[in-house]
Write a protein that binds this ligand. Structure first.
Ligand SMILES: [Fe+2]
Ligand SMILES: [Fe+2]
Length: 266
């Protein structure tokens, strides 16, 4: 796509502070060492990490994370997941103490918004009224600008019951906001450790594989699979969005076009 901006979304690294340690059998530090050159080769305009960057939320894990991500040539933005620790996250990514972990930035004419959907001490997510009001103001201020929203928790069910039980709670506020702002074309999330995809109104709502272990989309009980880690590359040109998945087994899988994506009907 000519003149497109390119965004790579990575998620759910679940890094531990202890070198050589694994989370559910996956050494995500080793995964990251393989992913960074692949991302650099794509020369994205921005890399967005959608939470669960660490598994244990320790300063040591964030220190390793910064070291492993340092060779990334593109700028990096991140939002937290339920496994992250807000204070350690703030220190790792240069946020002012007690500042909300929400961000809005423009990249080559596209607006990118990162939200903090975490609730300390809980696996499930929620967006407080204050954040929804902030997002409403951001969207109202840029009504004609193609916008992508990034957050950790899934706002739409993926029909894996135990994962949906810890998804974004009370998502109606967000979903109603999205209906008022069709310039939001993408809602990208993590948390589910598998690539899923819905068309909802004007939006593509999509998740990515984890950069740690993968979770079965077929089992209604927690089940780790041997599927490879991966990430998503989004290309946006005007209002047109194309995306594909890069897996660590070497596969590059173009995703269905927006109008060929299953429609989520509430
Ligand atoms: Fe996760
Ligand atoms: Fe999570």
């Amino acid at each position: 796509m000519r003149n497109a901006i390119r965004i790579v979304q990575i998620s759910d690294l679940h890094l531990l502070g202890d070198p050589g340690s694994c989370t559910n059998g996956v050494d995500s530090a080793a995964v990251l060492e393989r992913v960074v050159p692949l991302v650099n080769a794509l020369a994205p305009d921005l890399v967005v990490a959608t939470g669960d960057l660490t598994d244990d939320g320790t300063p040591a894990a964030y220190h390793r994370l910064r070291q492993l991500l340092a060779p990334l040539r593109a700028p990096l933005r991140a939002c937290p997941g339920n496994h992250d620790d807000r204070q350690a996250f703030r220190e790792a990514f240069g946020f002012v103490a007690d500042a909300p972990l929400r961000q809005s930035l423009a990249v080559a004419g596209v607006r990118l918004v990162l939200l903090d959907s975490t609730v300390p001490g809980h696996s499930a997510g929620r967006l407080p009224e204050d954040d929804l009001a902030w997002l409403e103001a951001e969207c109202a201020a840029h009504p004609d600008t193609c916008t992508c929203v990034f957050l950790h928790h899934q706002p739409l069910p993926i029909y894996v019951r135990w994962l949906d039980a810890v998804g974004l709670q009370h998502p109606d506020g967000l979903l109603q906001l999205l209906a008022r702002h069709p310039q939001v074309r993408v809602v990208a999330h993590g948390h589910v450790h598998q690539p899923r995809r819905w068309r909802y109104g004007a939006q593509l709502v999509a998740s990515v594989p984890a950069l740690a272990y993968q979770i079965s989309p077929l089992s209604q009980e927690p089940q780790i699979t041997q599927d490879p880690p991966g990430f998503r590359c989004l290309e946006i040109c005007g209002n047109e969005v194309r995306d594909c998945l890069y897996f660590l087994d070497g596969r590059v899988v173009p995703e269905p076009a927006w109008n060929a994506t299953p429609i989520y009907i509430r």
